[in-house]
Design a protein around this ligand. Sequence first.
Ligand SMILES: CC(C)(COP(=O)(O)OP(=O)(O)OC[C@H]1O[C@@H](n2cnc3c(N)ncnc32)[C@H](O)[C@@H]1OP(=O)(O)O)[C@@H](O)C(=O)NCCC(=O)NCCS
Length: 192
Amino acid sequence: MNPRTSLDPVTVDLRLLSSLDVATLDTVGGTLGELDYPVAGAPTGRALVDSYLRRAPDSAWALFRGGAPAGVFAVVPYLELAGTMQTSTYLAHAARGTGLNTAVKRAAITAARTGSLPLYSSVHHANTRSLAATRRLFVSIEPVQVAERMTGRLAWRFELSDPWAQLTNGPVHQGLIDQLGATFRRPALQAA
Ligand SMILES: CC(C)(COP(=O)(O)OP(=O)(O)OC[C@H]1O[C@@H](n2cnc3c(N)ncnc32)[C@H](O)[C@@H]1OP(=O)(O)O)[C@@H](O)C(=O)NCCC(=O)NCCS
């Protein structure tokens, strides 16, 4: 059985970080521990949680599987391109390679396309795992290499909401799509 295609949608649960109490935020952050790949410049899971709460309180979630924290996912303004958003993900080690990333990203991309939200992924040029994970979402996609002004880094930019970039076949998690779609329709995100 391929774990990437057998993910049980019932066990995937996105909980808004801003709805969680401090003890749960501590647990989520603690599960991630020290980040092996610093996201948003945060050295620890708890710092990343705080960063998301500051920057995207309405579109940052803790990911739970089987009731246990498995990572964080946020849609934050993509400062390189005015009026657009980008995904940001950090999974606990045990949650990597399980299909969780694919399920959440596929749902986010579908919801963004339905809601006409310009959604990007910007991946550091040396983050080979994230690059492979993003590529494998699509039948084919041509990212653009850019020198980002805001971060000063060389990155591969994927236009996730490009309707011509066909998603690979896989399970559809309608509950996730609906949840993310409702968030993407909020005026705060549409006006970013
Ligand atoms: C990036 C991340 C969200 C991807 O989720 P994931 O569950 O690990 O991704 P997947 O398992 O779906 O895909 C990973 C792919 O990379 C491959 N891979 C694994 N390690 C790799 C490495 N060191 N170099 C290149 N490819 C690698 C896997 O084989 C897989 O490709 P395949 O399906 O063709 O075999 C997760 O790894 C993570 O949280 N990493 C740390 C934080 C991070 O880098 N976030 C992204 C910032 S842009």
